[in-house]
Write a protein that binds this ligand. Structure first.
Ligand SMILES: [Zn+2]
Length: 312
C-alpha cells in the first residue's frame, strides 16, 4: 500500500510516493504558476502518473500559505497570479481517495514527529529559514493548525516595532523582515551603513555596492572568516535568538528543529549565535535546538505521515 505526498513551494513542487518506512520515489519540478486555479493540481496528477504506482490510499499535501484547510485550497498567495488554487477537490475527484492539505511547516513538524528527532516527544516546533521564515508546532501531541490552518506564523512575530525593516507582508519589524533569505541582504546593508567595511572580503565580493549582495555572498564570506561578515551573521543570530525565544516562551517545546535552505546550507553560522544569545530572552526551560536531520525532504515526509494518518 502506498501514499502520495506533495510539497507545494513558490518556486518548486515536489511529489513523492511512500509508505510507513519513508519515501520510495520522488520528483521535483518548477511549480506551474500559470493563471489557472487547476494548474497545480493538474501538475500533481501528471507527476504522480510519471511515478507509476498502484494501490494508493491517500494524499497528503504540504503547501505554501495562506491556505483554507476546510475548503482545501491555497488563497491569495503573493507568489501566484490567481486568487485561488484548488487542491483537495480536484485531487480527491481524480483519485477517489482522501486528500489532506496543510501549511507546509505544519506538515514539516509532523514529519519531525513521525520520522525525525521528534519521535516520542509531545511538544515540538519546526522553523524554516529559506526565502521567507515559517514555523509549525506540535503542542501536547496535537498538530497546531488554528481556525484556518495558518498557525503559527513566527516569521510575522514582531521583533521591533521601531525598526527600519519592512516585512514581505508590509508590516514593520517582523522576524522575516530581518531573517528571511530575501531580506538578509537588506538587513546587511543597514548593518554595513554604520561601520567601515572597506577592507573586508565582503567589500571585494560586491565592489563596495551592498545593493548587489546576496545572502549566499554574506554566508560564504563568513565561512571564509571575513570578520565583517561574521559580525553581521552574529547580529542576525541575535534577532533569530529573539524569534526562537518567543517560540519557547509561547509553546514550551521539548525540541526545536530548524530547516530551510538558509539554515541547511549554513548550519553552524545560523545555530551557534542562536544558542549563545537565547538565555537572556527566555523564561521557560530551554529545549534542545538543532538543525533538522530530515533536510529538504522534511515537508514531503510530513505530508506522507499525514496521508498515512488520514486513513489509519
Ligand atoms: Zn510580516
Amino acid at each position: 500500500m502506498s501514499f502520495i505526498s506533495v510539497d507545494i513551494g513558490a518556486t518548486k513542487i515536489r511529489v513523492a510516493i511512500g509508505d510507513e518506512t519513508g519515501i520510495q520515489k520522488k520528483l521535483t519540478r518548477i511549480t506551474d504558476t500559470k493563471k489557472d486555479p487547476l494548474a497545480v493540481s493538474n501538475q500533481i496528477i501528471r507527476l504522480v502518473n510519471k511515478l507509476r504506482f498502484d494501490n494508493i490510499l491517500s494524499i497528503g499535501v504540504g503547501s505554501i500559505g495562506p491556505i483554507d484547510i476546510k475548503k482545501g485550497k491555497i488563497i491569495n498567495t503573493p507568489n501566484f497570479p490567481q486568487k485561488e488554487i484548488l487542491i483537495k477537490k480536484p485531487l480527491s475527484e481524480y483519485y477517489n481517495i482522501p486528500v489532506m492539505i496543510v501549511n507546509d511547516c505544519a506538515a514539516a513538524v509532523h514529519g519531525e514527529y513521525v520520522f525525525g528527532d521528534g519521535q516520542g516527544l509531545e511538544n515540538i516546533v519546526y522553523i524554516t529559514i529559506s526565502t521567507g521564515l515559517g514555523g509549525g508546532a506540535i503542542v501536547d501531541g496535537h498538530l497546531l493548525q488554528g481556525k484556518d490552518g495558518n498557525a503559527p506564523e513566527p516569521g510575522h512575530f514582531t521583533i521591533s516595532s521601531s525598526s527600519k525593516m519592512v516585512c514581505n507582508c508590509g508590516c514593520i519589524g517582523h522576524w522575516e523582515a530581518y531573517s528571511g533569505g530575501k531580506n538578509i541582504p537588506k538587513f546587511a546593508k543597514i548593518f554595513l551603513n554604520n561601520i567601515n567595511w572597506r577592507k573586508s572580503l565582503l567589500w571585494n565580493l560586491c565592489d563596495g555596492n551592498p545593493d548587489v549582495l546576496t545572502s549566499k555572498n554574506i554566508f560564504d564570506a563568513a565561512k571564509r572568516k571575513d570578520p565583517i561578515s561574521i559580525g553581521f551573521v552574529n547580529e542576525l543570530g541575535k534577532i533569530n535568538a529573539i524569534g526562537i525565544a518567543n517560540i519557547i516562551n509561547g509553546y514550551d517545546p521539548e525540541l526545536i528543529t530548524i530547516g530551510g535552505s538558509v539554515a541547511l546550507n549554513n548550519s553552524d553560522l545560523i545555530l551557534e549565535p542562536i544558542i549563545s544569545n537565547i538565555d537572556k530572552h527566555i523564561i521557560n526551560r530551554k529545549p534542545d535546538i538543532q538543525i533538522t536531520r530530515l533536510g529538504e525532504d522534511i515537508v514531503l515526509l510530513g505530508a506522507l505521515s499525514l496521508a498515512i494518518k488520514l486513513v489509519s
